[in-house]
Design a protein around this ligand. Structure first.
Ligand code: NBP
Length: 490
């Protein structure tokens, strides 16, 4: 057989796979494609890929045979068992040093498992986040590859060529080893949940609070998209609000108010709980979707339970300006929490994340792309060790400026009876984060009272009676003098 010509293989010719193949072909790469339902290969070649230099394979063996060494194969199939099944099918045909890249939305613990497993067999496994949907895959996605470091030199050129570009820089860089790429993609999706929830709350306030029409709300979003909130999600919300159905009425108002989810938001919150990181805003975003989905029960509740009737009677423009600031401040908190989660996961897994690089990867191509991510990149470029985004001068000043508006909006939401769970949790988190003393001392006392869980005292009260080491237990129903130092739970 003549020398293989394929630069890269791709398995999975659904929306993402097809578009990524066309993107790579446009950049001069020879792609070999395969799909479980083999007829889709021929259909793709005869239609979408017509006239392009793409090789169709009708078996795994044929796919592998057509690839240059080391073979590079991207899987873009449904996350879960399909990925394991294709790895098992590929393995017997691959050689040491060949590369398998999973570009689907796999859960990062699965990626860690696959990475470890394939490493023992000399195969280089990469889990890469791919964001930007169909449009991104076709014209430049944000790519977040992480896995076996030896794979990166072999995939760097193609990944950075097909990725989105911002200010001439590719929205793709090496994230780190093992499951770090998929971890970062998961957090990206969680942040996306948060951004969408914040925008939905702003829409609700504009609609129910101010009584604006969809066209008027579209105008507000048009203006916001020229300021600090300039982003893809604000832009598409503007378009959605302007979109009228055939009868001239806004289509969005006909849509059932029950939000779906595929699981990446839930995974982000579960990881936050596992690592003990207060990622409250994404948590609220996930729970808000679940509250929305119990539509029938909400309809029954709406007929039984009472509250204020939303009716605003102040300065509307001031309100809209306040809302913009409240949305901006809450978004800063959400990203602060997201980067905190990344920091803690980095410690647990010994992944050394480059936060400025992540900002750049998310700055273009993906769903959360925004001008704001450029500011995040700058903050981490200025100080790669930045402990919290809020400690950066730019974000510190932005939060300071937004604070009065932010507080007014949450107060008004409560007064008008319009739920603002994401705005409110962001502010509550901010007030908690900036408190050097929280009421957790009382919780510790309660835990010791009913469960002898012990407590520690503040440094200034450390003494023979209250030693620093070990837990202290008190008989709370006694009258003093019966505190005992204990090593219980120490
Ligand atoms: P889907 O997630 O709908 O997957 C379709 C592909 O998976 C087809 O090639 C299908 O083969 C294959 N497949 C299925 Br379904 N079950 C299989 C099984 N048991 N064994 C082998 N192959 C199986 O496609 P997509 O929307 O293009 O997404 C691909 C990946 O990219 C997913 O992990 C997704 O989460 C991720 N992603 C999607 C988006 C997006 O906007 N859609 C964005 C970012 C990431 P068949 O043709 O034979 O049925």
């Amino acid at each position: 057989m003549s020398e293989p010509k394929g630069d890269i293989g791709l398995i999975g010719l659904a929306v993402m796979g097809q578009n990524l193949v066309l993107n790579a072909a446009d950049h001069g790469y020879e792609v070999v494609v395969f799909n479980r339902t083999v007829s889709k290969v021929d259909h793709f070649l005869a239609n979408e890929a017509k006239g392009k230099s793409i090789i169709g394979a009708h078996s795994i063996e044929e796919l592998v045979k057509n690839l240059k060494r080391p073979r590079r194969i991207i899987l873009l199939v449904k996350a879960g068992q399909a990925v394991d099944d294709f790895i098992a099918l590929l393995e017997p045909h691959l050689e040491k040093g060949d590369i398998i890249i999973d570009g689907g939305n796999s859960h990062f613990p699965d990626t860690i498992r696959r990475y470890e497993d394939l490493k023992t067999r000399g195969l280089l496994f990469v889990g890469s986040g791919v964001s930007g949907g169909e449009e991104g895959a076709r014209h430049g996605p944000s790519l977040m590859p992480g896995g076996h470091p030896d794979a990166w030199p072999h995939i760097k050129a193609i990944f950075q060529d097909i990725a989105a570009k911002t200010d001439g820089e590719p929205c793709c860089d090496w994230v780190g080893p093992s499951g770090s790429g998929h971890f970062v993609k998961m957090v990206h999706n969680g942040i996306e949940y948060g951004d969408m929830q914040l925008i939905a709350e702003a829409y609700d306030i504009l609609k129910r609070g101010l009584g604006l029409s969809d066209k008027e709300m579209g105008d507000v979003f048009t203006k916001w998209n020229k300021g600090v909130l300039d982003s893809y999600l604000i832009e598409i919300t503007r378009d959605i609000l302007y979109y009228n159905d055939d009868d001239g009425k806004p289509l969005v108002e006909k849509i059932l108010d029950a939000a779906g989810q595929k699981g990446t938001g839930k995974w982000t919150v579960a990881a936050a709980l596992d690592y003990g990181v207060p990622v409250t805003l994404i948590g609220e975003a996930v729970f808000s979707r679940t509250l929305s989905s119990i539509k029938d029960e909400r309809v029954r509740a709406s007929k039984i339970l009472t509250g204020p009737k939303p009716a605003f009677s102040g300065d509307k423009q001031q309100f809209i300006d306040d809302l913009e600031q409240a949305l901006y401040a809450s978004k800063i908190i959400s990203y602060t929490q997201g980067f905190m989660l990344i920091r803690e996961a980095g410690k647990v897994h010994e992944w050394e994340f480059n936060n400025a690089g992540l900002g750049l990867m998310w700055r273009g191509g993906c769903i959360i792309r925004s001008v704001f991510l450029g500011d995040i990149t700058k903050a981490y470029q200025k100080n790669p060790q930045l402990e919290s985004l809020l400690f950066d001068d730019f974000f510190h000043a932005a939060i300071d400026k937004a604070q009065p508006s932010w507080r007014r909006i949450i107060g008004l939401g409560a007064e008008l009876g319009i739920p603002t769970p994401a705005f409110a949790t962001a502010l509550a988190w901010y007030d908690g984060y900036r408190s050097d003393r929280l009421p957790a001392n009382l919780i510790q006392a309660q835990r010791d009272y009913f469960g002898a869980h012990t407590f520690k005292v503040l440094d200034e009260f450390v003494s023979q009676k209250y030693p620093k080491e070990g837990g202290i237990h008190t008989n709370w129903t006694g009258r003093g003098g019966n505190t005992s130092a204990s090593t219980y739970n120490a």
